[in-house]
Design a binder for this molecule. Sequence first.
Ligand code: MN
Length: 262
Amino acid sequence: MKILLTNDDGMFAPGLWALVKELKSIAQVVVVAPDREQSAIGTAVTLRQPLRVQRVRPMVAEVETYAVEGTPADSVLLALGKLVGNKIDMVISGINQGVNLGDDVLISGTVGAALQGYLRGFPALAISTAAVDSLYLDNAAKLATLLAKKIDDNALPTNILLNVNLPNLPLAKIKGVKITRLASRSHTDTVEEGHDGKKAYYWLVRQKANKSTSEKSDIWAIEQGNISITPLHTNLSQKPSPPLPDSLCSELLQELRSEPTG
Ligand code: MN
C-alpha cells in the first residue's frame, strides 16, 4: 500500500510525523506537505505564481519527503501530477492540531487537501484532534492507520472522503466512535480594529458560537467525548435547499432584456 500524506500545519508539525510513524508500519508513505503553516486556507490552489518544491530530510528515517512552497491542495496536486504520480492507494491529511467540525470544513486546509485526492478518485481521509498540544496524537495516528487498513482491505467503500475528529482525551476516556453529519453551527466572526500609527488594520476574530448542536452531528459527538467520523461529499447543490420560484428564469431574462443597463 502506498499513501500520500499531507497536512495544513506545515512540514514540521508534530501531528504529521506522529502519523508517518504509525502509517509506516503498514504502508509506503510519501510526504508532500506545505513548507509552513497553512491552516484555514481551505481548498485554495496557487495559479498565479510558480510552485517551488524541495526534497527535504524526513523527521522519520527513509520517508520520501517534499516541502512545497504552496497550499495543502497545491501539495496534493503537485504530488499526483509530478512528484509521486497516480500509483497511490489513498490520500491522508493530518493530523491537524485543532478540530475541523461543522461549517468549518469549508475553510479547513486539512479537509481541503483530502478533498483534492477525493476529487481525483482516491479514497481520502482528513484527521484532526481537539488537542492544541501534542498530548494525544497517538490515538489519532492509530485510528488513521486502522482506517487506512480497512480501506486497503476493501472493508470500506473506495469512493470516500472521511472527516475524522478526535476529542482531546486519553483513550480510556473516549466514549465511543460515532458516524456523524456536519453540524451547521461553527463560529461567530467579529472584526476588531486597531491602528498602527498610520492606518487602521483589522483582525478577524473567531469565537465558538454559543448554540446547542443537534444530536448525531460532529460537534455533538466531540462534545460528548466521542470520536466523530463524517462521510463528506461535494454536492453543495443537493436538496433540500429553499425552492426558487418556477418563474424566476423567464422573469430574469425578460427583465434583463427590457431594463436599460448602466
Ligand atoms: Mn491546521
